[in-house]
Design a protein around this ligand. Sequence first.
Ligand SMILES: [Fe+2]
Length: 208
Amino acid sequence: MHPGLNSYSKLEDHYHIEHKNKFSGQGTTVYQQLKGGNGNVFPDFAELNAKWDTAAEYIAVYPNVLLGVHRDHAFVIILIPDGPEKTYEHIHLFYSKENTPKQLRLQNMKQWKLVFEEDVPVVEVMQRGRHAVNFDGGRFSPVMDNPTHCFHCWVANEVELYAKAAYTTSNINKACFFMVNAYTLALECNHPDTLSFFQFLQKYDREK
Ligand SMILES: [Fe+2]
């Protein structure tokens, strides 16, 4: 996926990060700190142990925040959906101190932009595949897909929680609010109760 990155950061240098119903992602043990043309680097964050000389971690905080941390900088990506077929990525880079060299920041921004842009065609092709008439939801690989599986567990769990809240609330407005959330997530994961959620919303005039 990332020819430049993969040349030094290989699959076996990565580990999964999984925290049930909160976040998941991966870490690497071979992060190389960015160096400017004259060999200058960003200052490190305070009080990091030796692990962070070459460690970096990347997680998705469910549902739409991506975080990346390194010895000298961090990034945040906020995913803003604009309908089911389009997502905006808002990217922010943060440094350990104020007044870091502008040229180095520019270099870092360009490097990340390249990596993030390499992901876009892959995601778009996968999205196209999901629209294929015979796509059945696919399978997770127990070697590669654990963090993604965690996200899907979160979606399934949210469906159950919102549906339960909807069915146990006597206030109709509140119940419909919960059910809209359950229904939206159910559509996302093709949940077996999707139709009954739809009928619930139809009954209270929230869906046609
Ligand atoms: Fe990527």
